[in-house]
Design a protein around this ligand. Structure first.
Ligand code: ADP
Length: 459
């Protein structure tokens, strides 16, 4: 088949940058765009285990010459692939939708329905039923030379103070559609379970300043979980235990959740201090039960937070519970068959304080350091937490990143929340609380300003 007649093609998937997350973009190599006769702003269908549409944009500069398609975490979930997997892509012609129904894809979310605002957020965005989409923010509009239609889509005002994940419940007509001025948009109030096992939970896009750590964890944990047969074939045993080592609030738990999600694995969490202090024998029993449950649900990730509290150096402990718990944990780790397809990730701020026996081969024999973010990392984390936040013109995330030396992810998340609360405080006088709902035009004007951030920093 001659190149110019080609309509579809296989290509390997890679992760998009966090600032692209939630925009429904597909960054394609220029050569592939030419080959499939695609221009910027065109729509493609991406087929993995499932399929999802996306809008084509140019590759990142550093990607020149690389044959990869960059997708964000939600898109990878929508297409049923992880990065490194191959997908089939082809040009698609989205049809104007007569009707699109959305519902929250987050369990704990109450939405005040404003379908008109939603319509603007997703204006011209290619959509298909079953997709999980996010109301990503408008603050980082990529550089010029893009079709007005695309610019409009990227600049759509968000309609809430946080990024919200929604599932496209149905579309009329079926297939790939886009919302235009005549589309009727419905927002259901109740939560709708995203299809199959993929949740709208955290993905790698939601963990900032950790590109290298993510790469390491992908190799150690995601690959073995996704392709156990590969490791079996090679005759190497994947790691059973990985120790994440770093201060509180740096995103260790969030990272472990993201790895579980991206590996399509179940996630189980044990909180060290919580499991302690039960009646005699109860703590070990709990530990055994959760290991059993996780093994049954495999592929799975079992995350043990603050492992130092349940497995301190045996020489240092006086309590009987600790001694028995360490012994139990060792037994459980040793009892894990390599074929179980369960990885235990443990987190601690004090690796020197945990029992050395736990760090022997076959137990927690891999270690990854999760440090305090640098300025670039802070900038990325601020970007993540202000996604979907309507930001005032003078908000400069780079400036905020410079001003927040020493802040960890949890501090930065708290800062953005505080700033949003400042904005709401300013708006309070304009709200008629008796009405119970916020008029859409007031909501439209609500934005978080530079001053809001400065007051929040001072707190
Ligand atoms: P840890 O497990 O290291 O104590 P968590 O994962 O529980 O930290 O982080 C707490 C919260 O702080 C997260 O839910 C998230 O909102 C925010 N956070 C921390 N680190 C990051 C990060 N690297 N990127 C984005 N958000 C982060």
């Amino acid at each position: 088949m001659a190149d110019q007649e080609q309509t579809g093609r296989r290509i390997q998937v890679a992760n998009a940058r966090p600032e692209d997350a939630g925009r429904g973009l597909a960054r394609l190599p220029l050569a592939v765009m030419a080959q499939l006769q695609l221009g910027e702003g065109d729509v493609i269908e991406i087929v993995g285990k499932r399929s999802t549409p996306a809008r084509v944009v140019r590759p990142y500069k550093e990607d020149e010459g690389l044959d990869v398609l960059r997708l964000d975490g939600l898109q990878r979930a929508n297409a049923g692939v992880g990065s490194g997997d191959f997908v089939q892509i082809s040009k698609a012609e989205p049809r104007p939708a007569q009707r699109v129904v959305f519902a929250p894809a987050q369990n704990n979310l109450r939405l005040q329905g404003n379908p008109e605002a939603l319509k603007r957020v997703f204006f011209q965005r290619p959509l298909a039923a079953g997709d999980v989409v996010a109301t990503a923010g408008q603050q980082q509009v990529p550089p010029g030379d893009m079709p007005p239609q695309l610019r409009q889509m990227l600049a759509a005002p968000a309609y809430a103070l946080q990024e919200i994940r929604l599932i496209v419940v149905s579309t009329t007509p079926k297939g790939i559609v886009h919302i235009d001025a005549d589309t009727e948009v419905e927002l259901r109030a109740e939560y709708e379970e995203p299809r199959e096992s993929r949740r709208a939970d955290v993905t790698y896009d939601d963990v900032g300043g950790m590109a290298e750590t993510i790469d390491q964890l992908r190799e150690m944990v995601e690959l073995p979980l996704r392709y156990p047969e590969l490791f079996e074939r090679l005759g190497v045993d994947p790691p059973k235990g990985v120790l994440l080592h770093g201060p509180p609030g740096t995103g260790k738990t969030r990272l472990a959740r993201a790895v579980a999600n991206e590996s399509e694995a179940e996630f189980f969490l044990i909180n060290g201090p919580e499991i302690m202090g039960s009646a005699y024998g109860e703590s070990e029993k709990k530990l055994r039960e959760i290991f059993e449950e996780a093994a049954k649900a495999a592929p799975s990730i079992l995350f043990i937070d603050e492992i130092d509290s349940i497995a301190p150096k045996r020489g240092n402990v006086t309590g009987e519970t600790e001694k028995r718990l360490v012994a139990q944990l060792l037994t459980l780790m040793d009892g894990l068959e390599p074929r179980t397809n369960l990885v235990v990730i443990a987190a601690t701020n004090r690796p020197e304080a945990i029992d050395e026996a736990l760090r022997r081969p076959g137990r927690f024999d891999r270690e990854i350091v999760v440090g305090v973010p640098d300025e670039r990392g802070r900038r990325e984390i601020l970007g993540i937490h202000t996604r979907g936040m309507p930001l005032g013109d003078r908000v400069d995330l780079s400036e905020l990143a410079r001003m927040t030396y020493g802040f960890v992810g949890a501090d930065l998340a708290a800062l953005t929340r505080e700033a949003a609360i400042e904005a709401v405080r300013r708006f309070m006088p304009r709200l008629n609380l008796e009405e119970g709902t916020i008029p859409p035009d007031v909501l439209e004007e609500l934005s978080v300003t530079r001053e809001d951030f400065m007051s929040a920093i001072k707190r």
